[in-house]
Design a protein. Structure first.
Length: 201
């Protein structure tokens, strides 16, 4: 049985951007980003996609996925990027992006359940677990649908730092960067450009 490799590159353990702790679909969208040495894709390949799903408790470690399933996960990620962009620009989304999300929702239809915890009873709609990979995609799609249609949708923002490509939930209206690191990088680039422009030729 394959186990999760916890000796992973440091960027796998980076602090989440605002909102990732509440919406796993936001974390999915942010699996493609840029660091100082270049572009990173945390879903690049079947093993990487499996690791990400296990780390986010969407798939048991013992359950394997194949190339088609990891491809569908990456496809859902790109669909969500398009849907997030459409939401913040008040535009109609691409049909294929909407179809991809709806296909993921339909892949493992949820069954209503009554859950009972120390806080009391509550309704819990659980996706069909017969196909764990499809159930994981369904949970991600449901999470994204909740984000896109809920009160937090108005805070959804793409980081303004060039090349970052991550999305986050704004804590206040003026915030433009997903992390202070991105903000510092942009300010440093502006200061460098200003010094270069002002230097004698």
């Amino acid at each position: 049985m394959r186990t999760v490799d916890h000796e992973a590159p440091v960027y796998l353990h980076r602090l989440p951007v605002p909102g990732e702790d509440r919406y796993v679909s936001l974390a999915l969208v942010n699996t493609r980003f840029t660091v100082s040495h270049g572009k990173v894709d945390l879903l690049d390949g079947t093993e990487a996609a499996h690791l990400w799903l296990v780390r986010h408790r969407l798939l048991p470690d013992r359950v394997e996925i194949d190339g088609g399933q990891s491809g569908r996960l990456r496809g859902l990620r790109e669909a969500l990027r398009a849907l997030f962009r459409a939401r913040v620009t008040a535009a109609l989304p691409p049909t294929d992006a909407l179809d991809a999300l709806n296909a993921a929702l339909a892949a493992a239809p949820a069954t209503p359940r009554l859950a009972w915890t120390s806080d009391g009873p509550r309704r819990a709609d659980l996706p069909d677990a017969g196909d764990p990979a499809a159930a994981a995609l369904s949970l991600l799609a449901e999470d994204a649908a909740e984000l896109l249609t809920g009160a937090d949708a108005g805070q959804l923002t793409e980081c303004a730092a060039q090349g970052c490509a991550r999305w986050f939930l704004r804590s206040h209206g003026a915030r433009r960067w997903c992390t202070t690191k991105c903000g510092n990088r942009v300010r440093a680039a502006r200061a460098y450009a200003a010094r270069k422009t002002g230097s004698p030729s």
